[in-house]
Design a protein around this ligand. Sequence first.
Ligand SMILES: N[C@@H](CCC(=O)N[C@@H](CS)C(=O)NCC(=O)O)C(=O)O
Length: 213
Amino acid sequence: MEQVKLFGVWGCPFSTRVEIALKLKGIKYEYVKEDMRNKSQELLKYNPITKKIPIFVHNEKPVIETLVIIEYIDEIWKENPLLPINPYERAQTRFWAKFIEEKIGATSSKALPMRGQGTQEAIDELLTQLEIFEKEMKGNKLFKENINKFLDVIGLYVIYWIPILQEVAGKDVFTRDKFPEIYNWADDILNCNIIKDNLPNREKMLTLLRSLN
Ligand SMILES: N[C@@H](CCC(=O)N[C@@H](CS)C(=O)NCC(=O)O)C(=O)O
């Protein structure tokens, strides 16, 4: 029998997005809940490199890094594709997914950190990156009508986690007024039951994050 295992943590934007990708594709998997203060021997065995979750294990073969894992899943199981078929659209999808992770994601952890205060410089940088994303969204059909499940899943970081992080920080960085296109995209994504039903509860997340400060 095929082994499909995901090591994750409740509330983690990385492992949650892998879980949602698996659910959207309809793949059955075993979820292993990790304790990051006391990492399991299995976690260290499968990911001695970064020692982070998510770790996806397929027939004893570990795959790490959210974007790599989701692409792997989409390649192995052909049903309900997440990436578009067209090679140029695939390339664009990968570019914007990297932009979300490496630009918006990285800056938001400095602008709206889970512990302590973010710097004004990081907040300004985050606003600039969100403006670039907002402008792109206006003209790019990849972001329309939920045709690109890959970007929908990766974009959850922007549309679900950033609003929670900014509420905890008491900051108004990413607002509907300033970023109407991104918010409209968010409304479409959060309309999908599989996505909605598998996101960590907002109130519980707020309580958890507030307890860290
Ligand atoms: N770039 C990684 C980031 C994963 C990540 O930061 N995971 C956090 C949990 S949300 C983690 O494992 N932190 C534990 C640690 O840094 O020791 C990915 O996309 O998978």
